[in-house]
Design a protein around this ligand. Structure first.
Ligand code: PMV
Length: 341
């Protein structure tokens, strides 16, 4: 194997606007300083080896095995949406059962779809192309994504997103947050479909809720962009109120979960405010960490959340987008993590 390349992209959280964004409203999304790294190496033995340590998946295919699939995946520089017959073919090839939705099969399917569609096409590397292909990968996993996830993972920073239109925010103050994973699995596809059903069934009730979420995103953006340096405590208070209101709205549109209620109760008992981020129904939540909050309080909250069986990361928002690292500039722990891959 040669040195290969190491690429990373930030995680993301949606500050406000999840679900509403699927219906044309504004969402605010930010890159997270928790990155996913991919190491791409040439192998001598004509094998494609996919190693996803975080989900414990290691698969190998011979190039000869993949060759017969290629005619069904004509990619190139124009990203194309995955067709259901292509996904069926891949499911069969990888030995996954029909309609499988588990994390491994979705990740492997998205990888194989992109690999077979793009392989041999690495002459152009513009962000636009990466973003557009990442969007096709999202379609494999989510069905009908808004495009906000791939956009923020590619571009990083903080983005305003509406109806496919991306506008980077003028400035984003450094904000510390707690990202908590309730470890309750959920399907984004099913949750998004549930909101659509509610909207169709009760348009005059649900549409105003989505419009209010839209207004929350706009108000949050106004506050983040207005401050030239650090936010004042009063501005933090408004951000906290927006978080609380939005969390209630998300419950109204049916994407809450008892695990998220519990999380909000725990953080509220320490004076901190949380909302779900992303699809809801379990999954992750964000908690705003005001600068005046003592670190002992944050530690106590984290401990209590861990005791509930959740995972917590203290991190900051506004991380840079997809990055090609020279191995020299890499932090030691990252190099070590990849040395056995
Ligand atoms: O669950 P996540 O983090 O992939 O976010 C989903 C966000 C939604 O607004 C619910 C769907 C979308 O495609 O924007």
């Amino acid at each position: 194997m040669d040195e290969g390349v190491l690429i990373s992209a930030p995680g993301k959280v949606i500050l406000h606007g999840e679900h509403a964004v699927v219906h044309g409203k504004v969402a605010l999304a930010v890159g997270l300083n928790l990155r996913t790294f991919i190491k791409v190496l040439h192998t001598r033995d004509n094998a494609v080896l996919l190693n996803l340590p975080s989900i414990g998946s290691k698969l190998t295919w011979n190039v000869g095995q993949l060759q017969p699939l290629l005619p069904s995946f004509k990619g190139g520089h124009e990203p194309v949406s995955p067709r259901s017959e292509q996904l069926d073919l891949l499911r069969k090839f990888a030995g996954f059962s029909e309609g499988s939705q588990d994390t491994e099969s979705q990740a492997v399917l998205a990888f194989l779809y992109l690999y077979l569609s793009i392989c041999g096409q690495w002459t152009e590397t513009e962000l636009k192309l990466i973003n557009s292909w990442a969007f096709q990968g999202e379609k494999v996993i989510h069905g009908n994504p808004s495009g906000v996830d791939n956009a923020v993972a590619t571009l990083g920073g903080a983005l305003q997103f509406q109806a496919g239109q991306i506008t980077p925010m003028k400035r984003v103050p450094m904000l510390q947050i707690l990202l908590t994973n309730t470890r309750v699995p959920r399907s984004t596809k099913i949750l998004v479909a549930g909101v659509k059903d509610k909207l169709l069934k009760y348009p005059s009730i649900i549409e105003p809720v989505l419009s209010s979420i839209h207004a929350i995103s706009q108000e949050c953006q106004r506050i983040l962009e207005a401050s030239s340096a650090a936010l004042s405590i009063d501005q933090f208070k408004v951000l906290e109120e927006l978080i609380d209101i939005n969390q209630h709205h998300l419950n109204v549109i049916g994407v809450g979960h008892p695990s998220l209620d519990k999380l909000c109760q725990v953080t509220a008992s320490h004076g901190l405010h949380s909302k779900l981020t992303g699809a809801g129904g379990g999954g992750c939540a964000i908690t705003l960490l005001r600068p005046d909050v003592d670190h002992s309080v944050v530690e106590a909250v984290k401990q209590q959340l861990v005791d509930c069986g959740y995972q917590c990361w203290e991190t900051s928002i506004g991380a840079p987008g997809v990055t090609l690292h020279s191995s020299l500039s890499l932090p030691e722990d990252i190099i070590n993590a990849f040395s056995n891959v």
